[in-house]
Design a protein around this ligand. Structure first.
Ligand code: CTP
Length: 319
């Protein structure tokens, strides 16, 4: 397992203390940015000491059986059962097995994407990762529409689809899933309590309507392994965000990684307000103690990796 259960060594000096630095601006203008292939290879190897995305991206049929009881990763005292329906959607083989891509885009959900006109650029990547079933069609000029993998926290079923309470919302949900057209649907169903019913409803709909998606359910150890990697590299995150999880996983199967829609601040680089999400009016207190995440801390680490050429953060308009 690539020594995946052992905590690995810290990153080499070239990466340095990823948690350092407080300025949010992206220093290197696009034209100055150069991909640092050797650093990116070092990071891939270093992450492999903690987790192997090819395996940890999903539990497999062989690991679980219907009726198994699972303790939620973040709410250890609460449990859920693996239903027959959920089991049917667990893959036999990792959806990322032997997959390698030259350029990947990871699309976060910040309002910084609005008016960016980055849609075509995002879609031009070989593999496009999106988060939490964020809508694309009506925003496609800015965010693109191509989707190779999309995540879905169970809470999305409630937040964006009203818990499928009426035929209208079930239709909307089905339409969104159908539009995925064979891509990977990554559902972190074992992380926090409260999602069991939502995962069950979604799974039933997918099966009943023969929706063409490749479902994946992250392994129980993934979150701790990802957190372990960043903490070992002195990035004091709490619970990794979906965006950071996706970057950490993507290092395994992507050469060059480009991030769009990562901007966990209420003001943009130009000092104007930026929405938390490009597609709704939710507000978020980025630095709240009660938040399970530490988005600005994560951002600083990503920004540092950007300035070293290990990844590219896009926060401006596209040409
Ligand atoms: N993100 C960001 N800045 C924002 C909003 C989101 O950098 N203003 C990034 C974060 O990495 C986040 C990802 O985009 O995980 C997807 O956004 P969202 O769906 O809003 O994630 P959340 O629901 O806030 O958080 P979670 O990570 O728990 O899914």
């Amino acid at each position: 397992r690539n020594g995946a259960t052992e905590p690995g060594p810290t990153l080499p000096a070239v990466v340095g203390d990823l948690g350092r630095g407080i300025n949010n601006s992206i220093e290197s203008p696009s034209s100055d940015w150069r991909f640092n292939r050797s650093l990116s290879n070092i990071i891939r190897k270093s992450i492999l000491k903690f987790l192997d995305a090819e395996k940890d991206i999903s539990v497999l049929k062989g690991n679980l059986k219907p009726g198994d009881t699972i303790h939620y990763i973040f709410d250890r005292e609460s449990t859920m059962n693996v239903s027959e329906t959920l089991y049917q959607l667990i893959p036999k083989v990792s959806p990322m097995k032997k997959q390698h891509y030259r350029q990947c885009a990871i699309v976060g959900n910040s309002g910084i994407l609005l008016k960016s006109r980055c849609g075509a650029e995002i879609d031009s990547h070989d593999f496009v990762i999106r988060c939490n079933l964020a809508p694309v069609e009506e925003y496609r000029a800015d965010v693109g529409r191509r989707t190779s993998l999309v995540t879905m926290n169970p809470s999305v079923v409630q937040r964006a689809f009203q818990d499928l309470a009426s035929s209208h919302w079930r239709e909307r949900f089905l339409e969104r899933l159908s539009s995925l057209n064979g891509s990977v649907l990554w559902i972190p169903s074992f992380m926090a309590k409260g999602g069991e019913e939502r995962v069950q409803w979604a799974s039933e709909l997918i099966l009943r309507h023969g929706i063409n998606v490749r479902t994946a359910f992250p392994s129980l150890r993934l979150l701790h392994a990802v957190r372990g990697y960043w903490l070992t590299n002195k990035v004091p995150i709490k619970r990794p965000t979906t965006g950071l999880l996706m970057y950490t996983l993507a290092t395994r199967f992507c050469e060059e990684i480009h991030l769009y829609g990562f901007w966990p601040f209420s003001l943009g680089p130009n000092g104007l307000p930026v929405k938390y999400h490009y597609y709704d009016s939710l507000t978020y207190e980025y630095r709240a103690q009660s938040s399970p995440h530490s988005m600005p801390v994560e951002f600083r680490a990503l920004k540092r990796l950007h300035s070293q050429g290990a990844l590219k953060l896009h926060t401006g308009e596209c040409n």
